[in-house]
Design a protein around this ligand. Structure first.
Ligand code: N01
Length: 537
């Protein structure tokens, strides 16, 4: 059986950087990737309008000054083709492809106690062994198509935004149904509407979405950004989500007059992005949160001409308890004659028919259905792999199918020696700039592996107490905020039968980094380090 020092799953932002760092240390590494090329979510998400909601100049690796200087982003928010080009450039520049096996899905990874190795099996029938097993599967790579009655009998075409074909889909002259109005649906709908004969949007929950105000970058901005990158990175690391470089918000919403609030909300709306209003209590005060919700609802009313459609687009949940969305022309799209909003909370989808879709109220003839129905998020990508630690215990069972996630730092697990998760559950992950969080995890893991090898330590494993304490801490911090108040993919509410305690650390990037750094500085506090047996040293 072939042996590698490390096996990494996935060749997205996580897997590529992990491979690079481990190879620098001289490790043998094999990356397995299900796609035919690099890119991870940016390889699969090719739907019309796909774009990142973190600004381009902050959404890139920062580990290499040369890479920063040689790559130039062209617009404020990068579109999917640009990000994919960037990741291809990274793969070429650091000669990564030779250690990646594409078209290969990891099916299982079992810890073999007698040898202290991971046995990793793939869908092409091979099994390899590895000292370290590292997941770079991401949080949103397991797409979810709800089990609608009749789908297999649909005579038109259907697509999921998260597994979009590589060839452009032609919507011209077509009656298109889009199911779902999360980030993917909200980005795709305005673009599809420009081409299709008619678009029916099947909306279950109306969303708060604010304008991206995307625009091309000018040369001066790019020059300044490149010249000042070390300072920019330092500021990103100080910000709660790692997504912007402005000072931390310090104002209390209700301390301002209604006029001052309105001025700040308007300015943030015009500037675009994550509604940077300067208020620090958005996610801790229901009253503060409701003020922003009111403002956005007012905007929807002013943007959508038909009052009944506007009513159906009014969100009512706590802003931020579902992932906020940035859009381009979303609400204005409902003023088009060829767009119809269908409320499927009021009249649920009953079945897909051969010629379209039937709700409890009406039947819609469709040529194409776009499922923008999201993901089995956070735990889904990990549970697709049969990961088993000591005594053959499956990760899925340890976490009780997600109802009791227990990790240490969102990186490690008691009972799973030498298994590392990049942006795993209970780390800041999806509530932060993913690239920055990925870099932190990759660097922490590669430093840890260096420490193990330099000190003849055969394995590292979180203690059950560390697992329990970290999981409790994640819950306590989340419960002091409004984040867990919504029903969203954050807590599994989008998937029938799935429930999870809020699985994201919301203490912010600076606090989280400090904790991880301290754990390492204290000799990997909270872990058991087991020396390599004497005869094998
Ligand atoms: O998925 P979602 P997404 N019947 O889960 C609806 C990232 N991302 O792919 O809200 C009818 O948000 C569901 O309704 P409800 C980003 O983190 C980033 O859009 O559950 N409807 C919802 O409207 C994002 O948050 C970018 O009631 C059903 C929609 O489908 C995450 O990925 C771009 C249904 C799913 O929305 C996921 O976004 C794209 C059913 N049975 C994605 N089941 C950017 O960087 C589900 N829905 C900008």
């Amino acid at each position: 059986m072939k042996h590698f020092d490390a096996v990494v799953v996935g060749a997205g932002f996580s897997g590529l950087y992990m491979l690079h760092r481990l190879r620098e240390q001289g490790l043998t590494v094999r990356v397995f990737e299900a796609g035919t090329d690099v890119g991870g979510v940016w390889y699969w998400n090719r739907y019309p309008g796909a774009r990142c909601d973190v600004e381009s100049v902050y959404y890139n690796y920062t580990f290499s000054e040369e890479l920063i200087q040689e790559w130039t982003w062209t617009s404020r928010y990068p579109d999917q083709p640009s990000i994919l080009r960037y990741l291809n450039h990274v793969a070429d520049r650091f000669h990564l492809r030779s250690d990646i096996q594409f078209n290969t899905r990891v099916k299982s990874a079992h810890y073999d106690e007698p040898t202290g190795r991971w046995l990793v099996s793939t869908d092409d029938g091979q099994t390899v062994s590895a000292t370290y097993f590292i997941s770079g599967v991401g949080c949103l790579s397991s797409s979810n198509t709800p089990d609608f009655k009749g789908l297999s009998g649909f005579t038109g075409e259907h697509y999921h935004t998260g597994t979009w074909p590589h060839q452009p889909v032609d919507f011209s002259g077509k009656r298109v149904g889009v199911i779902g109005t999360g980030s993917s649906g909200i980005q795709a709908i305005p673009v599809i509407a420009e081409q299709a004969k008619h678009v029916y949007v099947f909306q279950r929950t109306p969303q708060y979405t604010t304008p991206a105000q995307n625009h091309p970058y000018d040369d001066n901005y790019i020059r300044e950004t490149k010249a000042n990158f070390p300072a920019i990175k330092a500021k990103l690391l100080q910000s709660w989500a790692g997504t912007n470089i402005r000072p931390a918000p310090d104002r209390v919403t209700l301390n301002d007059s209604p006029e001052e609030r309105q001025r700040r909300y308007e300015a943030a709306w015009e500037e675009g992005g994550w509604m940077n209003t300067g208020y620090k209590d958005l996610m801790t005060s229901v009253e503060a949160n409701e003020k922003l919700c009111d403002f956005v609802r007012g905007k929807i009313r002013s943007l959508v001409k038909d009052p009944q459609t506007a009513d159906r687009l009014m969100p009512t949940y706590v802003f931020g308890s579902k992932r906020p969305v940035l859009d381009t022309n979303y609400f204005a799209t409902y003023n088009r004659d060829n767009v119809t909003l269908v409320d499927v909370k009021a009249a649920p989808i009953v079945e897909i028919t051969p010629g379209g879709l039937r709700t409890a109220q009406a039947e819609y003839g469709l040529d194409t259905i776009v499922f923008a129905t999201g993901y089995d998020a956070i735990t889904g990508p990990l549970f697709r792999i049969d990961i088993r630690g000591r005594n053959g215990v499956a990760l899925k069972d340890k976490w009780e199918d997600g109802r009791q996630i227990r990790t240490y730092l969102g990186i490690a697990n008691a009972g799973f020696p030498n298994f590392f998760m990049i942006t795993g559950p209970q780390s800041p992950s999806v509530l932060t700039n993913m690239v920055l969080s990925i870099e932190q995890h990759v660097e922490w893991i590669s430093d840890c592996i260096r420490h193990l090898r330099e000190n003849a330590i055969g394995s590292i494993e979180a203690t059950p107490q560390s697992d329990a304490d970290w999981s409790q801490h994640v819950r306590t911090v989340a419960d002091s905020t409004l984040f867990p108040r919504g029903e969203s993919w954050y807590n599994g509410a989008n998937i029938k039968g799935k429930t999870m305690p809020f699985p994201i650390y919301v203490g912010g990037v600076p606090a989280y980094r400090e904790i991880c750094t301290k754990v390492a500085a204290n000799g990997y506090e909270g872990f058991v380090l087991t020396p390599v047996p004497a005869e094998t040293v």
